[in-house]
Design a protein around this ligand. Sequence first.
Ligand SMILES: Cc1cc2nc3c(=O)[nH]c(=O)nc-3n(C[C@H](O)[C@H](O)[C@H](O)COP(=O)(O)O)c2cc1C
Length: 433
Amino acid sequence: MKRHEQLCIGMSLAPTWLSGDGWRRPDSGIAGLFSSEFATRIAQRAEAAHLDFVFRPDASALPVAPLEQSFGFASLDPTLMLASLVQATSQIGLVTTISTTFTHPYTIARQLMSLHWMSRGRAGWNVVTALAGHENFGLSDMPSSAERYARAAEYVQAVQALWDSFPAEALLMDAGTGRYADTTLIRPADHAGPVFDIAGPLNIPTYPGPRIPVMQAGASPGGVALAGQIADMVFGQTLDKPTALETSARLGAAAEQAGRAPGAVRLLPGLSLYLAETRDEARALFLATQARVTREQRIERVRVATGLDLSDWRDDARVTVADLPADHQPRLPAHRDILHALIASDTPTVADLLARPEVLASVHWQVIGTVDDALAIIADWFDAGAIDGFVAVPGGSWDCMERVLGQLIPRLAQAGLFRSRYHGDTLADHLSD
Ligand SMILES: Cc1cc2nc3c(=O)[nH]c(=O)nc-3n(C[C@H](O)[C@H](O)[C@H](O)COP(=O)(O)O)c2cc1C
């Protein structure tokens, strides 16, 4: 059963449609990647489609080898990028990604509240605990998952205490009496926890409108528990409908455990979309984008997903289900299941298997097809209560990105699954639709 009347939809500002070989297309605009105009063009299109928010994932480390072929993790600072969109947009939410593992709550409470004021209530915070980057912050190792989530929970509490320390009501700005603020309402944050010791108050007042919605990304029990406590949205990694249904149920239970309504945490998986006029064209777009993925890299994808190492296999040898190790536990079970199903039905040769899009499947839910195909599957998952919306990560080309915003979203609106106009001007307003 669906939990909300309409989908909640975000648009990734990570230019996924330029990844692989997408950036090499003449119309890719790659030369402008580090300009603010680049993000502005997309945010304005996303706002014209009435999306809930634009969103910038982020990393705190740079794997160098992938830069030989594509832009990888090199990007503008996400919060500065979103701040540059404030003047160019007026209603769409602006969700930045900030790691609680490597930053300090005082700095981040101030940055987020600044973005919220500047955008008049449109800021959102994607809380991540990060997967890498410790060496850039003076740490000898990556803290364990349990340490990172304990720090994240305390971090969010500290940020909230800082926001509460200078409440909006303290601002009087009474020119008649000359009283600028009621300082009796400004109090210390007095946060003292195992990790942080923060006096406060914060040096910016809280915005006198709706609060800053929180997104969370992380799927382990610790991540789900944190989401249940603090998140309005979860950026999920659910490649198939059973996983999405199960994740939704886990998030609902975690929200109830934290004393909130079961539908309080919206599950928004990343949705990789390769859309074209026909299914064949969409498939060709996907394969062209991945053309330089080597045989070794494809073999590695199969190994990670299924545990089967094809390194020494001949191209014409057939792969059967009996060849797949039964006890393999991959990080993304859905990718294993997709490859299992394919091998069970087709018994492909190694060459055929390695050429299939499923081998290169995105880390996200993926649709390679027409706008109608995408519409049908989104409606199906939403009606079943598997998702509450999605974060669009279009792939392949600028044209595909335009097709998502210019065709798919309007079709979702026509089908009554998405808004056809905004009913408010803040991110919290959009989430209450
Ligand atoms: C869909 C998804 C998106 C993520 N995006 C980011 C990101 O943009 N930046 C980041 O540092 N970590 C990101 N992470 C990593 C998580 O914050 C977390 O550190 C990681 O998933 C390990 O936690 P887990 O075991 O709970 O999943 C993401 C994780 C998921 C599942």
